[in-house]
Each structure stands twice: as C-alpha cells, then as structure tokens.
Design a protein around this ligand. Structure first.
Ligand code: NAI
Length: 334
C-alpha cells in the first residue's frame, strides 16, 4: 500500500511535534498548513486522500464538495467536538469523518477548575500585584468552594470528571443532562431539571456539546434564572453563551464572575498571536475589560497527555479507515 498523504490545516508547532513522532510507525506523508481550512485555501488540496482539521476549520457543505471533487476520502478531526463539520454533506459525498472522541477529559476538567479557582481567589491579580511589590490584600477577597453548590450542564466524559473533582472539594454538585449517569448518581451527584440547576447553583459550568438545541443555552432568560452573584464557566463551546446577554448580566452585577475558554467568534482570534494587531471585535475587548472575567484561548485541552492521545488516535483512525476498518468506538462520525 502506498503511503497515504494527509494535509493538515490550522497546524501549529506543537501539532507537528506530536504528529511527527507518532506518525513514525504509519509513515503517512504529512503536509502541514498553518492556515485554517476555508474557501480561500481549499484548492490547495492536491492529491491528498485525507485532510486533518481542528476546531475552527470550516468544513461546511461548500468546502466538502470541493474536497470530494479533489479525491479526499477522509476528514480526520483531531478534536472531540464536530459542530464545525456538515456531516450530512460528507455522507452525501461518501467521505468518512472521524474524530478523537476522548482525549484526556481530565485535561479539560482540570483547566475548568484552574479557571474557577483563579477567579474566585483572584490569583491572576495577586500574581501581577506582588511583581509590583504590592503585598496588600485589599480587593483580593475570595470565597470558599467548600460547601458551595456547583451546577454542571452536560455530564459526559468532561462534565463527569469535573463533577468528581468538585465533589472532592466538598461541594454539593447538581447536574443536568439528557441522560443521567448512574455512576455519577452513586457518587453523590444530584440530577435536576435545567431550571433547578441554574437557579440553585453558586457556580455553573457548561460541558454539553454545541448543537441547535444548546445554541445560546445561556441567554437573558436563563441568566435571569441564576442566583445573583453567580459564577459562570464555559470550557465547552462559545456558542453556548449569548455573549451580549452575558455582558449585560456582568454590567448589572447579576453575573459576578465569568470564565471562558471558548468564545462564539473565536475563530478570528484564538490560536493566533495578535499582540501587534488592532482587534476589531469590540465584544471580546469589552469582555476582557471586566476585572471579573477570565479568558483563556481554547487552552483547556492543551496538556502533553491530551496531545499524545490526539496524535495517536487521529493517525490510528486514518489508518483503520484506509484499510476498510472502523475507527475505535466513538471515533466514526460518518
Ligand atoms: P460527551 O459527549 O462525553 O458529553 C456530552 C454530554 O452532554 C453528554 O452526556 C450528553 O448527554 C450531554 N448533552 C447533550 N445535549 C445536552 C443538552 N441539551 N443539555 C444537557 N446535556 C446535554 O462530551 P465531552 O467529551 O464531555 O465533551 C463535552 C464538550 O466539551 C464537547 O462537545 C466540546 O465542545 C468541549 N470540549 C472542549 C475542549 C476545550 O479545549 N475547551 C476540549 C474538548 C472538548
């Protein structure tokens, strides 16, 4: 069998580092493009049977039809979420789509905890302050997580890991999911309606996927259900929150803290060094101007363990598909 060619989009130095190592046993001919996949670059596909994409690559019907015309047989996502891919279009063109269904859910769950602790104990401010030799505590007052009620929306692999960690902090953990998990129930996680979770929790953390049913799940109505002074964390997908409504809730002080690792317009910003640029997106600038908002740039997955798993599983998925076999469980989307 001739070595298969794979064209990577949105490739960063760390992608090359991990994929080059784990490609050795497979010997795929990999070409890395830094740009994201979109109409401007799709014609660069030239003889590759597989393309490898990440969270902000545009894989809509129009792109898929060009990929199909160029002989692409496999779209390999090196991530878990697939809201950016038109699966129906891929099916219609006979293109297989695979993903990495699980790559260290703990990486994302632990980053969620890191963001939560940073916000509620203001360590981001303390870090800067002591570097200026300001050892005052004024303005750094936080609150204990022990004894607080945490509301978790979506208790799959990541949400489940987050629930268990928060239980270990001595929190009461309430959860909402379409499919309650009996192991989590046995561990003391209490499933309730979305409204009950939102209206009771001191901290709400989002871990459900983005789809038409969850788009703008957090909006002016659901924000109003939450307790005044609530802390909201989103490490799932930006489109779960109506950002304009969240800004209004921050301005009225109803929302006391907001931590986001994902943002609905992130594809124009995240994963890029824009430190010398003028940012045209006023919404993110407004968000970042709040002292009680913490933004990280889709970093929750970014651990050595997760990148190892991502590279190994992505390459294994492509290898299995080209041999006519199925990817490991949960890996096949089309
Ligand atoms: P998963 O598929 O294991 O769990 C998702 C859970 O959400 C399932 O239990 C499902 O029943 C539930 N769910 C679906 N629709 C729902 C709704 N309308 N309301 C409440 N619950 C609902 O997925 P996993 O691995 O836990 O990942 C969750 C999300 O995290 C992904 O969809 C992805 O968007 C995001 N993610 C973010 C990363 C980051 O670096 N920030 C990295 C990896 C994933």
């Amino acid at each position: 069998m001739l070595p298969m060619k794979i064209l990577f989009f949105s490739a960063k130095p760390y992608d090359k580092q991990f994929f080059n190592v784990y490609n050795e046993p497979y010997g795929f001919e990999i070409e890395y493009l830094e740009t994201h996949l979109g109409p401007h670059i799709v014609n660069a596909v030239d003889g590759q049977e597989a393309v490898c994409v990440f969270v902000n690559d545009k894989v809509n019907a129009e792109i898929i039809s060009v990929l199909a015309s160029k002989g692409v047989k496999i779209i390999a996502l090196r991530c878990a979420g697939f809201n950016n891919v038109d699966l129906e279009a891929a099916r219609a063109h006979g293109i297989r789509v695979c993903r990495v269904p699980e790559y260290s859910p703990e990486a994302v769950a632990e980053h969620t905890v890191a963001m939560l602790l940073t916000l509620v104990r203001k360590t981001h401010k303390a870090y800067n302050r002591v570097r200026e030799q300001n050892f005052s505590l004024n303005g750094l007052l936080g609150f204990n997580l022990h004894g607080k009620t945490i509301g978790v929306v979506g208790t799959g692999k990541i949400g489940g890991a987050f629930c268990r960690i928060m239980k270990g902090f001595g929190c009461r953990v309430l959860a909402y999911d379409l499919f309650p998990n009996t192991d989590l129930q046995a561990a003391g996680i209490e499933y309730q309606s979305l409204e009950a979770v939102l209206s009771t929790a001191d901290v709400v953390s989002l871990h459900c996927p983005l789809n038409p049913a969850t788009h703008y799940l957090i909006n002016e109505n659901t924000l109003a259900m939450m307790k005044p002074g609530v802390t909201l964390i989103n490490t799932s997908r930006g489109g779960l929150i109506n950002t304009a409504h969240a800004i209004d809730a921050l301005k009225s002080k109803h929302l006391a803290n907001l931590a986001i690792d994902v943002y609905e317009q992130e594809e124009k910003l995240f994963f890029k060094d824009l430190s010398e640029n003028i940012i045209e997106d006023d919404t993110i600038q407004r968000l970042m101007s709040f002292p009680n908002v913490l933004v990280t740039a889709h970093q929750a997955f970014f651990t050595e363990e997760a990148l190892t798993e991502i590279a190994q599983v992505t390459l294994q998925n492509v290898d299995r598909l080209r041999r006519g076999e199925e990817p490991a469980q949960g890996g096949s989307l089309v």
